[in-house]
Write a protein that binds this ligand. Structure first.
Ligand SMILES: Nc1nc2c(c(=O)[nH]1)N[C@H]1C(S)=C(S)[C@@H](COP(=O)(O)OP(=O)(O)OC[C@H]3O[C@@H](n4cnc5c(=O)[nH]c(N)nc54)[C@H](O)[C@@H]3O)O[C@H]1N2
Ligand SMILES: Nc1nc2c(c(=O)[nH]1)N[C@H]1C(S)=C(S)[C@@H](COP(=O)(O)OP(=O)(O)OC[C@H]3O[C@@H](n4cnc5c(=O)[nH]c(N)nc54)[C@H](O)[C@@H]3O)O[C@H]1N2
Ligand SMILES: [Mo]
Length: 694
């Protein structure tokens, strides 16, 4: 028997991007474990990825190309050859492209975060074709945009510093579920005496373990940040020297914050004025204490509402006010992704559009857009969708419309997948994709600062092919003959980082493959001496760029689309706010079909406060029907004060076909976009709940 150990990287959409060691015995992956030497992974994997081999060798893996033989959505397929599959696809795409290539839409997101199997050869192909562009904004772009206006880019506190903080505010995040290796650091800080405060409408697994939990109303975070500013300024808990040297617009910010008294803040956020005052005082004091560090871990939970971009912007102003950036463990982290000097234009070649107009379709509005006819504003009706690294029928909002779109008889749908997901059921052609154990890739991270390599550990299962290979083969059939359409995955990976950038000068693909990971060159405290990558080089409390973009140049509170305060008429019909954050044992909709993980989650649940349940005659364990004008789904009620009054929580994202009513939380979520970043508003949803007669 030959046994080898292969260095790999977790491909999933999670900030932790763990370094993996794969044990391979006679060509079979027998163990997937965390690299003990990688500083953030530290030998520990989450329950999901510890089962990566179970997922890879799952008996339901797609192993051959197939064509649809039943009705759309029915999921009946017959095996075909790769030649037949690729010939069918290329013939259809040529036919559509001859009329208007913009009628072809790629739909992809972060099934893998790899720079190679994500968007490299795929976009070269679609750019050359002149297909519609996709706004890949379904997750993080509201917050990223708000952060960028303020700080200049997705750069923040190094995750490896948080254990030295005196105070950690976990703001709109549930790291025990979604950022485990950060939680390890937060717990270490706690052992060393730090205070942990969670700001979350829901008493999540994480909020439960913090010293304090501030359960504000969803979508009111920017008001809370403005209220904190009010108190910091009023009580002079500021770092005047840092403000003078490294910030822009303090005088204007001061006027704005003056409007946000603790009382007004408390009313808007549905909390007490004391909570506002104490939070600000603790934050100011932690930053000012000798050797003290006040850290904020802000996550994406705050930005899935109408004012999501502003919320992150307002929160991102706080560290500069108190000089928290001076300490390596102080400051704020939203995402580390902007620290990586990637070479996306080289991988994706947008220049291949060659001056042609390509309209952009937003991932979040796929429900409406698949149902639109050709028009001057919209452009041509969508005639073909190529789905890879995504499961839109489960994860996109206003799901009833998404399904109706994919049901269109005149729509040609190709799905590249590991499994027959809810979306795969609508495919005309279904193609088997390789998993991370079967292909090569390279990764950044949005939590840590390491460039990562993934070697292929095993041969492709069945006839599965890597995404890149499918697009190479399609390119050849379309007559795209330039050498860039033949580059191998190793050649692509070698171009992934910009070696001329000081942070990545040591990048060398062959050596990264051997070592598995390498840290970027970054100072321990990125903005201790200012140097923000904004237009002014300062932390911008006031932003001319925002003004030019038609936005309020100062931090502001933007009420949700759907809340009792902002939309009383709608709330009269649908009085409960619903959020649907990730379940611990799933990764978006990935892993829902892995039995051990699905049984750990049990079934779809709806957490509802005892008062709200009693008012509706719902008892713990009853089936509940959750509905609004967009749709309806059922879940088992858990009567618990983890959900504050007026809020219901349905952890997500379930596969529709694996639950009794064939529906999930996205039946009721809306396609409306955020204030900036063209992002979704999953947590900006009013519903009513009834007892469901089973
Ligand atoms: N186990 C697991 N891990 C994951 C994922 C998964 O599905 N499962 N998904 C991955 C992906 S794609 C992402 S983007 C991240 C997401 O992970 P996070 O960035 O942590 O964001 P969410 O999980 O959306 O929300 C985090 C918390 O925000 C709370 N929240 C909801 N609305 C509000 C609000 O208005 N204000 C405040 N302050 N809090 C609010 C929710 O109750 C939740 O507890 O996790 C990644 N990691
Ligand atoms: N209600 C509600 N909806 C949500 C969210 C929420 O919190 N609540 N979260 C939203 C967020 S933050 C996000 S990021 C999106 C995520 O939405 P998606 O990015 O669509 O994420 P997944 O559901 O994990 O689907 C990814 C699919 O890619 C496939 N895949 C993985 N690797 C490969 C590969 O190498 N090749 C190919 N061809 N396929 C591969 C997997 O098998 C999986 O089915 O969902 C959003 N939807
Ligand atoms: Mo996400």
């Amino acid at each position: 028997m030959t046994t080898t150990q292969v260095r790999a990287t977790c491909p999933h959409d999670c900030p932790d991007t763990c370094a993996l060691l794969i044990t391979v015995e006679d060509g079979v992956a027998t163990e997937v474990k965390g690299d003990p030497d990688h500083p953030t992974t530290a030998g520990v994997l989450c329950t999901k990825v510890a089962r990566y081999a179970e997922r890879t060798y799952h008996e339901e893996r797609l192993l051959h190309p197939m064509k649809r033989v039943g009705k759309k959505g029915e999921g009946k397929f017959a095996r075909i050859s790769w030649d037949e599959a690729l010939d069918t696809i290329s013939a259809r795409l040529k036919d559509i492209a001859a009329r208007d290539p913009q009628a072809i839409l790629p739909y992809s997101y972060c099934g893998t975060m790899g720079l190679v199997q994500g968007e490299s050869m795929s976009l070269r192909f679609f750019h050359q074709l002149g297909a519609s562009l996709l706004d890949r904004t379904i997750c993080a772009s509201a917050g990223a945009t708000g952060y960028k206006y303020t700080i200049g880019g997705s750069i923040g506190t190094d995750m490896e510093q948080f254990q030295d903080a005196r105070l950690i505010i976990i703001w709109g995040g549930n790291p025990i579920a979604s950022n485990l290796h950060f939680w390890t650091r937060a717990q270490e800080a706690k052992r060393r005496g730090a205070r942990l405060i969670a700001i979350d409408p829901y008493r999540s697994l994480t909020a439960e373990k913090c010293h304090q939990h501030i359960a504000l109303l969803p979508g009111t975070d920017s008001a809370l940040a403005l209220g904190m500013m009010h108190v910091l300024i009023r009580d002079d808990l500021l770092d005047h020297d840092y403000i003078a040297r490294h910030t822009l617009g303090f005088a204007q910010l001061k006027d704005r914050a003056a409007e946000w008294t603790p009382e007004r803040t408390a009313t808007t956020c549905g909390i007490s004025a004391g909570e506002v005052v104490n939070l600000a005082r603790e934050y100011g004091a932690a930053a000012a204490s000798s050797g003290g560090a006040a850290a904020i871990r802000v996550n994406y939970g705050v930005q899935r509402v109408r004012g999501g971009g502003m919320a992150v912007r307002a929160i991102a102003c706080l560290p500069a006010l108190v000089g928290a950036w001076r300490h390596p463990a102080g400051g704020i982290q939203l995402s580390s992704s902007g620290t990586f000097p990637t070479n996306k234009p080289k991988l994706q070649r947008p220049d291949l559009l060659n001056g042609r107009r390509a309209r952009t379709i937003n991932m979040t509005t796929i429900g409406d857009d698949l149902l639109k006819d050709s028009s001057p504003e919209f452009g041509p009706k969508v005639e073909a969708v190529i789905v890879y690294n995504a499961n839109p029928v489960a994860i996109a909002p206003d799901s009833g419309k998404v399904m109706r779109g994919f049901e269109r008889e005149d729509l040609f749908t190709v799905v590249m997948e590991h499994f027959q997901t809810d979306t795969a059921d609508y495919a005309d052609i279904l193609l088997p994709a390789t998993t991370q154990l079967e292909h090569v890739d390279t990764h950044t991270s949005y939590g840590h600062l390491y460039m990562m390599a993934n070697n292929a550990a095993i041969a492709p299962m069945g006839e599965a092919k890597a995404n890149t290979e499918v697009f190479r083969l399609l390119a050849a059939r379309m007559g795209f003959n330039a050498p860039i359409f033949r580059e191998t995955d190793d050649e692509l990976a070698a171009q992934a980082f910009d070696k001329t950038h000081p942070r990545a000068v040591h990048f060398d693909w062959e050596s990264l493959k051997r070592t598995g990971w390498q840290k970027l060159n970054m100072p321990a405290a990125p903005f201790a001496e200012g140097g923000f990558p904004t237009p002014s080089g300062k932390c911008e409390f006031y932003s001319d760029t925002m003004l030019a973009d038609g936005l309020d140049p100062l931090p502001a509170y933007i009420a949700p689309y759907e809340s009792i305060a902002s939309n009383p008429q709608l709330a009269a019909k649908y009085p409960l706010a619903m959020i649907s954050p990730p379940a611990r044992n799933f990764l978006n909709s990935t892993f829902v079909n892995v039995k051990s993980l699905r049984s750990a989650e049990g079934e779809p649940h709806l957490d509802i406060h005892p008062h709200d349940a009693a008012a509706r005659g719902i008892a713990h364990g009853d089936m509940a029907r959750i509905f609004n004008d967009r749709g309806t789904f059922v879940a088992r009620a858990r009567v618990t004060d983890k959900a504050r009054q007026g809020l219901v929580v349905g952890l997500s994202v379930w596969w529709k076909k694996l639950v009794t009513d064939g529906k999930n939380a996205n039946e009721v979520t809306s396609q409306r976009l955020t204030d900036m970043g063209r992002a979704p508003t999953f947590y900006d949803t009013l519903v009513e709940v009834q007892k469901h007669a089973a």
